[in-house]
Design a protein around this ligand. Structure first.
Ligand SMILES: Cc1cc2nc3c(=O)[nH]c(=O)nc-3n(C[C@H](O)[C@H](O)[C@H](O)COP(=O)(O)OP(=O)(O)OC[C@H]3O[C@@H](n4cnc5c(N)ncnc54)[C@H](O)[C@@H]3O)c2cc1C
Length: 463
């Protein structure tokens, strides 16, 4: 009898946002109890290779800690290892296409993620292991795998959710945490469309031998996120962590050498129009990673001057596996993704009129996907989960909508700022600037660097 009075929440999607919300609703049980169910279209946690690195900032990390119980917090170390003192610097730098630093984003040093959350700036970040973060967040969550939501029917009493296997579930609140192509959003807010930038992005994850990364670090420093700006609308990104891969559980040294390897994410982006120009010379097939990698290398050769930094960049792309490993479990870095071309997209919730809230709401990429240039998407998904779980404490069956409305008003306002900030950064970085334009742009970054960092020095002096 009592069970019947407990309102039911259904979450569609077991990505970082959906999982954080699940934990938060269970964590708040003593304040407001919900019967929470989470459904995921993938057949198991291993169906898809997860990404390698994501950067979390202070706000995202704080929200994540607010959402999860202490049993998960104590495991977060596995996904967010402490920076190695004097070796790893969790910051970002912007460099020109010869490898010279234009701007060091003034990030603060911290010893662990608990200290990061006390840093009150928007620049400091921790590079985390995306694959492990998902594993840690899955712990203790009874995900219903292999359940693809196809549509729902909302009435004044609740929401009937339908899955592609013909099954149905009834709930009081439905949360679409089902990513950028969310079927829940497409039905709930069909007018809220995906924005296509016309920018192509290729991402690869690799294990890099220590002697190789030593060369890179000697040249470029130990800033863990380095963005290179080209002049043809091309840019490169290198993200790495100096946590030796051998420290990962179950690692077996396949190369029979004692050399340590490090985790590295490489990304190359360019205006998609360049593919049309290049297509005469290079046939690119997204089902053939070797052709995608060769295309990236060809563009780097065409667009950047010869120098040691660019040689290293090309050698890094040479290390990217050309085909899918046979056994994901035995694969040394476990998070291989076929190297394909992808597109930059986003969703700006303020591009449509504020909608009337209902029992069906959205969270994370489903409602405000952001391009990855500023690394903010997961941070917002965690902030959504934190906020939604807090407003749901005031849920009442007589008025189920007011709390959702409060969540949506705040979420829309907060996320749209960063969607547009990320959009503007990506469009600027991918605009061809030419030789003179590059001089102007690089000088502007140097001035920004001076202002940002002298402000920091000044702050330190007066502290
Ligand atoms: C290359 C790249 C780099 C990035 N780097 C960063 C970074 O450094 N920092 C950062 O904060 N963010 C980063 N992001 C963004 C980040 O990945 C997303 O913002 C984040 O994953 C959003 O989480 P989510 O839970 O909202 O959605 P998702 O992670 O997309 O999860 C959605 C889940 O829903 C499931 N699903 C989809 N449809 C259905 C359905 N019909 N039924 C059931 N389940 C369904 C999916 O299988 C998936 O598991 C990056 C993104 C990319 C592409």
């Amino acid at each position: 009898m009592q069970q019947a009075n407990i309102p039911k929440v259904i979450i569609i999607g077991a990505g970082p946002g959906g999982l954080a919300l699940y934990h938060a609703l269970i964590k708040n049980k003593d304040k407001k109890e919900f019967d929470v169910k989470i459904f995921e279209r993938e057949s198991s946690p291993k169906e898809r290779w997860q990404g390698y690195h994501i950067a979390l900032n202070s706000l995202g990390t704080q929200s994540l800690l607010n959402c999860v119980p202490s049993s998960i917090t104590s495991n977060l170390q596995k996904a967010m290892p402490n920076p190695l003192p004097d070796v790893e610097f969790h910051g970002a730098s912007i460099i020109d296409n010869k490898g010279s630093v234009l701007c060091n984003i003034p990030s603060k040093l911290f010893k662990d993620f608990n200290e990061l959350v006390k840093v009150p700036d928007e620049f400091s970040l921790i590079i985390t292991y995306r694959d492990r973060l998902r594993d840690v967040l899955l712990d203790g969550v009874p995900v219903h795998w292999g359940k693809k939501c196809i549509r729902y029917e909302e009435t004044k009493d609740g929401v009937l959710v339908m899955f592609d296997d013909g099954s149905q579930e009834f709930c009081d609140i439905l949360v679409g945490a089902d990513g950028i192509n969310s079927p829940v959003r497409k039905q709930r807010l069909p007018e809220l469309q995906i924005f296509d930038y016309g920018i192509t992005n290729v991402v690869a994850n690799i294990a890099v031998p220590k002697h190789f990364m030593d060369r890179f670090i000697k040249l470029q420093g130990n800033c863990l996120l380095q963005k290179t700006l080209g002049t043809h609308g091309d840019s490169s990104l290198v993200i790495f962590r100096l946590i030796p891969i051998e420290q990962e559980p179950d690692y077996k040294n396949k190369s029979n050498s004692n050399e340590l390897h490090y985790r590295v994410t490489l990304s190359y982006s360019y205006t998609s129009k360049l593919d049309d120009v290049e297509s005469d010379k290079q046939k690119v097939d997204d089902n053939d990673s070797a052709s995608v990698i060769e295309n990236v290398k060809q563009m780097i050769r065409n667009f950047v001057p010869e120098c040691e930094f660019n040689e290293i960049l090309l050698e890094l792309w040479d290390l990217v596996p050309k085909s899918t490993p046979n056994d994901p479990e035995k694969y040394q870095y476990k998070t291989y993704n076929p190297t394909r071309r992808g597109q930059y997209h986003d969703i700006d919730p303020s591009s449509v009129k504020p909608w009337t809230s209902s029992r069906v709401t959205l969270l994370g990429d489903a409602v405000h996907a952001m391009n990855p240039v500023l690394g903010l998407g997961t941070n917002h998904a965690f902030q959504d989960a934190d906020l939604l779980s807090k407003v749901l404490i005031n849920y009442s069956s007589n008025d189920p909508i007011s709390c959702i409305q409060k969540y949506e008003n705040e979420m829309r306002k907060r996320s749209t700022v960063d969607v547009l900030k990320s959009r503007s950064a990506a469009l600027q970085m991918s605009s061809p600037v030419g030789h003179i334009g590059a001089i102007i742009r690089n000088s502007s970054f140097k001035i920004i660097n001076f202002i940002l960092n002298s402000k920091n020095i000044f702050k330190k002096l007066i502290q």
